[in-house]
Design a protein around this ligand. Structure first.
Ligand code: GRF
Length: 203
């Protein structure tokens, strides 16, 4: 049988989504291999999760790569060697350039803790709570040139209860993220998605 398709995961923080992807692969629920985990923060706990799972890591700290161009020159160079079928942004906190997006067109995924196009950007769960919506959720989308604007692959709702805090709401959102992200990655690497402008259909 062919080798599982290589994916690269970009992280900056805790890496619970990275862990969910690692676990899905190990459980045989996602046919892929993580070729590389890249962090822009040396302290990201996600790096430890990768090392624990014997996945190669690359850390490109902002202090050494102060401009986005320098950062991406190095990143694109290292990514080319892995020939990724998907580049998975999992809590990665740096915006990527249109050069990066066009190099890996329709192969970069992001996960956002709200029902886009509502509450894009930072602190989406708090934005939803402060606005007073009764339903929020999780969106997984293809990354385009904008911020949280690309074509949507999967989206599912999470209820907001009167006694929710940001913490309790995020707990519910994370549980859903950990189920949806491996599923979306599988759809992409298995080529079971048709991307027609903004609209993504499952094949
Ligand atoms: C997730 O909530 C994701 O939606 C957002 O960043 C968070 C990353 O969490 N983009 P983790 O590092 O995977 O635990």
């Amino acid at each position: 049988m062919n080798e599982p398709p290589p994916v690269v995961v970009l992280v900056s923080g805790q890496g619970t989504n990275l862990q969910a992807i690692i676990d899905a692969i190990q459980a045989g629920k996602l046919r892929a291999q993580i070729a590389l985990v890249v962090s822009n923060r040396p302290e990201a706990y996600a790096l430890q999760r990768a090392t624990q799972a014997k996945i190669p890591t690359l850390c490109l700290p902002r202090s050494e790569y102060p401009t986005r161009e320098a950062f991406e020159d190095r990143l694109l160079h290292d990514l080319a060697a892995t020939k990724p079928a998907a580049i998975v942004l999992a809590g990665f906190d740096r915006l990527i350039s249109s050069r990066f997006v066009s190099t890996y067109k329709n192969r970069i995924l992001n996960i956002h803790p709200a029902l886009l196009p509502s509450f894009p950007g930072l602190h989406a769960a708090k934005q939803a709570l402060d606005y007073g919506v009764k339903v929020t959720g999780v969106t997984i989308h293809i990354v385009d040139e904008g911020m949280d604007t690309g074509p949507i692959i999967l989206q599912e709702a999470v209820p907001i209860y009167d006694d929710d805090t940001e913490e309790t709401l995020l707990e519910r959102i994370h549980a859903l993220e950990h189920r949806l992200y491996p599923e979306a990655i599988g759809l992409l690497v298995d080529k079971r998605l048709e991307i027609d402008g903004r609209v993504v259909r499952r094949l």
